[in-house]
Ligand binder design. Sequence first.
Ligand SMILES: [Zn+2]
Length: 231
Amino acid sequence: MLKTILSSTSDFCLTFLNLLYPQDCLVCSGRAHELKPTPLCEPCNDRIMAFVGSPHWATAERELAFDAAYHVASYEDIVKRCICLFKYEGKTRLSKVLGSVMVEYAARNLNFGSIDMIVPVPLHPVKLRERQFNQSELIAEHLAKKFNKKIEKDWLKRIRYTSPQAGLSREQRLRNIKGAFLVKRDAGFTGRSILLVDDVMTTGATLHECAKTIKAAGAKKVLAYTLACGN
Ligand SMILES: [Zn+2]
C-alpha cells in the first residue's frame, strides 16, 4: 500500500516537473510527451515500437553454442541511435523504452515458457566501473519482471578484459573472446534452459562464448535474445 502511494506520488511529481521543465526527445530534440516523463517524443517512440510486429530469428549455426538467437531489429537507424545514447552516453532513462520494446516483441513473437532463468551478458568489472551500469542487465531486468522469470546476474562472470570486438573479423572475434567467461562455483545451471540477454549481436562470438561456458556448466538449452543485430 505504502509502496503504491509512494509510487503514485513520485509519478505525480515527475509529471509536474515535466510540465514545468519539459524534456526534449533524446533522438530528434523534438518535444517529448508533456504529461509523461519519457525520453522520446511520440513519433520516435512509435518508430521504435513499430519493430515489435515483425519477427526476426536465426537458428544458430552448427558451430555456435547457443540453440537459437532472436533479435528485435537491425542495428541501424533509430535503434542504433538509442543503443549508442544508452550505452556510451549514459542515457539510462532509455533502458525502460528499450526494455519495453524487447518485452513487447517477445510477448508477440517468442515463447519463453520453457525458460528457467534469464542471464544478462556480464561486463568485466573494470568496464563496469567505467560505465557504471551494465546495459544488458538493465534490459534483462524488464524481461525478468514482465515474464516472471528469475534473473541471475552473478552466475556468469567476465574474467578477462578483452580488447573491443569492433573492426575484427568473425574468427578474430571468436579468438579474442575465448576464455573470457567463467561460471560461479555454486551456480545452478545443470539441466536448465537459459535465456541469454545482450543489447547487440554482431557475429554472435560473445553470445557463443557465454553459451559455451554455461553449457559446460550443465545447462540444457541456451537461447540468445538481443535488441539488435548487425554491425
Ligand atoms: Zn523524437
